[in-house]
Design a protein. Structure first.
Ligand code: GLA
Length: 412
């Protein structure tokens, strides 16, 4: 659980902005609710110097400018640790980063010669991991893969010699042409280097191949989380598409390792303060998947109702349950879905999901829950507790998801 600037700011973020979000998370009680990681995404690097060390963009991170002329993210990380957060950084498994292919007008692209602009970890895994997890003391790393996908010989910016050609080892258009073995080897190598710096294993590694290169078959061996889809957008349909990428078929998930349908869009676009039904549904679905809960909005501007959604401890407990079981879609009809998730205390969470723009009624035979009756259900959004019989019926508004935690009341 944490926060990442990408969905709100892309590469246009600053240390001051990140720290103002950290303050808001503390002030609004979201840090206490579990949002522990403050992550940095693409854009933080200026270049790789001749010695191979990455230079930090000090216009973005003023605290990184050291008196001796070198740069270091350690003061920033120390500041976050001092506030009680853990700190996350971003790199690429290839030579170049996603922004260099997809945000070519960004003012915050790496600068210098072709070699200086190769800020990805390829051929630098050992020194970069020593820098990031050792010298700078980060706790988490998101490792993107555009360097393996978007710098093949056919790209115009490779043809004109802006970048060196690599692979591509990941083919977004023709997945069967991806060299999944090569991609896996690179992530395996990176994890080995992190483990040498952090033998206690107390870190998070996020594999970001967007579900490409057969990631569902290998990523859980190296990553705590692995992306299952292309980038989420702040729209209802995009959120559902990303949800489906992890839910159907359900991906492997155990405590500490879970699939990642991407960061939350709560507070943005169709999940902003005018769309609280959608924001609740989005949060509920991520919780049913045991997905990482990484906020991606400018939390400093949040209304109390948005804080209440992302801070709902009952829903967070569903996501973070120590059993780590991913919820399963057990029924689908007319753009409605029923999902079940086993919790470690023996209770069961039922999600009634209405994907439609119109109301919908869904129901479930409680025998399917395999709980010994009598049963009680707690609505995790209204906190209302009711006794339930043989069938639970949910009348849902357009886009509503109802979350019920059902438990046996025998002996209570
Ligand atoms: C990719 C990732 C995003 C983000 C951007 C940064 O698109 O999937 O989450 O990190 O790169 O450029």
């Amino acid at each position: 659980m944490g926060w990442n600037p990408w969905n709100a700011f892309r590469t246009e973020v600053t240390e001051a902005k990140i720290l103002s979000v950290a303050d808001a998370l503390l002030r609004d009680g979201l840090a206490e609710s579990g949002y522990q990681f403050i992550n940095v995404d693409d854009g933080w690097w200026l270049k790789r110097d001749v010695s191979g060390r990455i230079v930090v963009r000090t216009t973005m991170f003023p605290s990184a400018a050291l008196p001796d002329g070198h740069t270091s993210l350690r003061p920033f990380v120390d500041h976050l640790h001092g506030l009680g957060f853990r700190a996350g950084l971003y790199t690429d498994i290839g030579r170049n980063a996603c922004s260099q292919a997809w945000d070519r007008r960004s003012p915050n692209l790496p600068v210098g010669s072709m070699a200086e602009r190769e800020i990805g970890s390829l051929d630098h895994q050992a020194e970069d991991m020593r820098l990031i997890f050792g010298e700078w003391a980060f706790d988490s790393l998101k490792v993107d893969a555009c360097g393996l996908a978007d710098f093949g010989p056919d790209q115009p910016y490779v043809k004109d010699a802006t970048f060196r050609s690599l692979g591509p080892y990941i083919s977004r258009r023709h997945p069967a042409e991806s060299d999944s073995k090569r991609v896996e080897q690179l992530y395996a190598g990176l994890k080995k280097q992190i483990d040498m710096v952090r033998p206690d294993g107390n870190y998070i590694l996020s594999v970001c191949t967007w579900g490409e290169a057969d990631a569902q078959a290998w990523a859980q061996k190296y990553g705590n989380t692995w992306r299952t889809s292309a980038d989420i957008q702040p729209t209802w349909e995009s959120m559902l598409k990303n949800f489906d990428s992890a839910a159907s078929p359900p991906e492997f998930s155990v405590p500490g390792h879970s699939s990642d349908p991407d960061m939350l869009e709560i507070g943005n676009g169709e999940f902003d303060a005018n769309h609280l039904v959608e924001a609740r549904a989005h949060f509920s679905l991520w919780a049913m998947l045991s997905a990482p809960l990484i906020l991606g909005s400018d939390v400093t501007k949040w209304s109390p109702s948005l804080v209440g959604i992302a801070g709902n401890r009952d829903v967070i407990a569903v996501d973070q349950d120590s059993g780590g079981h991913q919820g399963i879609v057990i029924a689908k009809m007319d753009r409605g879905q029923v999902m079940l998730k086993n919790l470690s205390d023996g209770s069961m969470v039922v999600a009634f999901v209405n994907r439609k723009d119109q109301p919908l009624t869904l129901s479930l035979q409680t025998a399917l829950l395999h709980l010994d009756g009598p049963l009680a259900a707690r609505d995790l959004w209204t906190q209302e507790e009711t006794a339930v019989g043989g069938v639970i019926t949910a009348k849902l508004n357009a886009h509503e998801t109802r979350l019920l935690r059902v438990r046996s009341t025998i002996g209570r």
